[in-house]
Design a protein around this ligand. Structure first.
Ligand SMILES: *Cc1c(COP(=O)(O)O)cnc(C)c1O
Length: 361
């Protein structure tokens, strides 16, 4: 077996222990004589997986009975639409804070459903930072305020949540969910595609404060209502059973490492390993994000020329480090180092970066 260090932004690397557990259970899940993929979603073993996955997310985030966790399909992208369809009534306004491409997309989609207001944006500065509190100008009475907690493409992250008064705060946390402790009491709804920090693609996690959903639109097609999925414990129709099963294994792995405090510590250490090399070589590596807004999940950097970036990428590939090409919209290099990326992968990348600057710097 020859596994690479996989820095892909999503689908992304999974913990080896999780893949091995899945391999071990693939042909015969707990004496059922079949895999989870082949099992009825109405069966007891699957219901147990579904319930355990919700309980684990609630446990890790310290959520009480006022929150529920949904396992939906359609990715974070469907949430861009489903959120305003449910929670943006006609005549009201939803506020969006723009910090990168995904928040732009979220706001655009909401704009197709209803009225939106951009409460803050750093677009004119190429999204090199998260806005300050005093730059946030909410509309008169917003239905909710939407943020993107980690900006996967640009490589920035909210490190202090905005103060939005009593307005329901909603987050797209696709690329940093369960990477650190969060004061979930601040959020009315958080959604995330699983394929970055939580498992394979195919399932979307939606964490909701149930009281807020009581205001949801009743005039939607049944499948698009949060209440439909809530009322059926995410088993309204056939769920992506294998993806939920994999997420459940990843959640167990996070628990086994000590929960979110431990993840935060690991992630901070990993990120500083790479930012350390960038900062030590300012004439060669350049991270475009202001230090206080740097992402611990997606580290973006440029080299002096596109040609050097190209040879950096091929040199890294030759050493078993893949997925480092920056998003096509911004170029450069991006190292995605979600929960499942081990410290050893970051050490290997940092060492390669050092060798590279010695050779070409
Ligand atoms: C990847 C990503 C998305 C898109 O997710 P899909 O599940 O592919 O729809 C949305 N938001 C953020 C922050 C992302 O990183």
């Amino acid at each position: 077996m020859n596994r690479v260090y996989n820095f892909n932004p999503g689908p992304a690397t999974l913990p080896l222990a999780v893949l091995e557990a899945a391999q071990d259970q693939l042909l015969d899940y707990q004496g059922q004589g079949m895999s989870v993929m082949e099992m009825s979603h109405r069966s007891k073993p699957y219901e147990a997986i579904n319930a355990q996955a919700e309980a684990r997310i609630k446990g890790l985030l310290g959520l009480g009975d006022d929150y529920r966790v949904l396992f939906l399909q359609g990715g974070a992208s469907l949430q861009f639409t489903m959120l305003p369809m449910n929670m943006l009534p006609a005549g009201e306004t939803a506020d969006y804070i723009l910090t990168g491409s995904w928040s732009e997309k979220a706001a655009e989609e909401a704009g197709r459903v209803g009225q939106t207001h951009i409460a803050a944006t750093t677009a004119s500065e190429h999204y090199c930072r998260i806005p300050n509190q005093d730059e946030i100008a909410l509309s008169a009475n917003p239905a909710y305020v939407h943020i993107t907690t980690n900006n996967t493409i640009y490589g920035s992250q909210w490190h202090t949540l905005p103060d939005v008064g009593g307005v329901p705060l909603v987050a797209d946390a696709s690329s940093d969910i369960l990477s650190r402790p969060v004061d979930m009491g601040k959020f009315a709804l958080v959604y995330a595609g699983a394929q970055k920090n939580l498992g394979p693609s195919g399932v979307t996690i939606v964490i909701v404060r149930t009281a807020w959903l009581e205001q949801a639109s009743k005039a939607l097609p049944v499948f698009l209502r949060y209440s439909t999925h809530l009322g059926k414990d995410s088993l309204y129709n056939t769920p992506p059973v294998f993806a939920v099963y994999m997420v459940n294994l990843v959640l167990g792995w996070i628990e086994s490492l000590g929960g979110l405090e431990a993840m935060a510590e690991r992630n901070a250490q990993k990120a500083s390993t790479i930012y350390g090399v960038i900062d030590a070589n300012p004439g060669f590596y350049r991270n475009p994000i202001q230090p206080e807004s740097r992402s611990l999940m997606n580290i973006t950097f440029r080299l002096p020329t596109p040609e050097l970036e190209q040879s950096f990428l091929s040199g890294a590939t030759a050493q078993g480090m893949i997925g480092l090409k920056g998003h096509r919209s911004v170029g450069g290099i991006r190292a995605s180092i979600y929960n499942a990326m081990p410290q050893m992968g970051c050490d290997a990348l940092a060492q390669f970066m050092q060798q590279f600057v010695q050779q070409y710097g």
